[in-house]
Design a protein around this ligand. Structure first.
Ligand SMILES: Cc1ncc(C[n+]2csc(CCOP(=O)(O)OP(=O)(O)O)c2C)c(N)n1
Ligand SMILES: [Mg+2]
Length: 399
């Protein structure tokens, strides 16, 4: 017996078949249509591609608006400058001006596409691999390289450029991005956070925790996996048995897509859709870009010890910069003069970077302890005091 004010519902004795026979006007489909639980969550079976590797356009897709041509011209410019920046940073390691540099050569479509899909007030959560994305975002390259020169935790002010410090502990940025995005939406802003992640880092707990938190709290985050096929020397086949990394979204209820990461038009189109989804309040989105790390993990690594040079050669034919250039030339949107102008701009950018990186910066060793925690731990306070005392003793010795 239920509470007295609730009317008892008689047990249903009529079968659905009997109802259908008795009343043809209320006929229903024989099998009730239940929504597919994974509807809208699974990626397409093949990575989205809008250009052939030689730059020939593929038929447009009804489900994916093509990016405007002005955006693609700008993408080309930033990719060319980005590639030149990357080569210059690699050279700086050989001159002892940079401690370490993880190159993103070959990943230009991902680095620049992510930045172009965002507004300036959106937030980026980069890893150590994203120096090119950050310079493409307009951050001063000397400030970007401060961390890799070993001069500080971060050379730019994250709150000014809406870009978190480059993250070295794998996948921790996934949790930070979820928290920031949730905070922003909680305060009524429509900011989106985009977190870059490597293929290897999708095996880390923080990747899964970030996805789960963001999905449950509908945090507007785009998780952007650059699957460059290696985690240092570990190939993808030894990293995961998943059909593709994009399938990792469905378990958390996160819609996902996979894209040809060396097709600049497809990368920009897919990321724009993901950002629009997040900004509209539908929660997080996972994008996996299939790309390739053309260089070693960093200048301190020798990739010839664990991968076949033929494999690297095969990826040279899928170069994203040449692909976009061929496409734009084919559309009459780029000619020799424009290509030469962009190349000259890239040279100027690299020359300016060289000059400024050759100046020896003055770094205060005590800045090591700044910005680590909002409230420094007792251990940090103690360590800072030890360094301060040592510096003071040195100064006395010099006097
Ligand atoms: C928590 C943690 N474990 C291990 C490492 C050491 N480590 C640095 S980079 C790297 C490989 C990461 O590969 P991937 O996520 O594919 O990114 P990629 O370097 O290819 O961009 C590893 C294992 C680390 N930085 N952080
Ligand atoms: Mg990788």
């Amino acid at each position: 017996m239920g509470p007295p004010h609730v009317q008892e519902v008689p047990a249903v004795t009529t079968t659905p078949q009997a109802v259908r026979r008795a009343s043809p006007r209320t006929r229903r489909p024989a099998t009730p249509v239940t929504p597919e639980p994974t509807a809208g969550l699974l990626p397409q079976a093949e990575p989205v591609r809008l250009l052939d590797p030689d730059g020939t356009p593929l038929p447009p897709r009804a489900d994916l608006p093509a990016p405007p041509v002005e955006a693609l011209r700008e993408m080309y410019r930033r990719m060319v400058v980005g590639r030149r920046f990357d080569a210059q940073a690699t050279a700086l390691t050989k001159q002892g001006r940079l401690a370490v540099y993880p190159s993103s050569r070959g990943q230009e479509a991902c680095q620049v596409g992510a930045v172009l899909a965002l507004r300036d007030d959106d937030w980026v959560f980069p890893t150590y691999r994203e120096s090119m994305a950050l310079t493409a975002r307009g951050i001063d390259p000397v400030e970007v390289l401060t961390l890799l020169r070993g001069d500080g935790h971060c050379g730019y002010d994250p709150t000014v450029v809406h870009t978190a410090p480059q993250c070295t502990p794998l996948a921790t940025q996934c949790v930070h991005a979820a928290g920031l995005a949730y905070g922003e939406s909680y305060q009524g802003r429509d900011t989106v956070a985009l977190a870059f992640i490597g293929d290897g880092a999708t095996s880390e707990g923080d990747f899964h925790e970030g996805l789960n938190f963001a999905a449950v709290f509908k945090a507007p985050v785009v998780y952007f996996v650059q699957n460059n096929k290696y985690a240092i020397s570990v190939p993808l086949s030894r990293q995961t048995a998943a059909p593709s990394l994009a399938y990792k979204g469905v378990g958390y209820g996160v819609p996902s897509e996979q894209v040809d990461g060396n097709d600049p038009v497809a990368v920009l189109a897919v990321l724009t859709r993901a950002v629009t989804h997040a900004r509209a309040g539908h929660g997080p989105y996972l994008v996996e870009a299939h790309t390739y790390r053309m260089e070693a993990h960093t200048n301190a690594d020798d990739a010839s010890r664990y991968r076949d040079p033929d494999e690297v050669e095969a990826w040279r034919d899928r170069d994203p910069v040449a692909r976009l250039e061929a496409y734009l030339r084919g559309r009459g949107e780029l000619d020799d003069a424009a290509v030469a102008q962009v190349a000259a701009e890239a040279e100027e950018y690299a020359a300016d970077l060289r000059t400024r990186m050759n100046a020896q910066p003055v770094v205060d060793p005590l800045s090591l302890f700044d910005h680590v925690f909002a409230e420094p731990t007792p251990q940090l306070v103690e360590q800072r005091e030890m360094v301060r005392a040592e510096l003071a003793a040195d100064a006395e010795g010099d006097a």
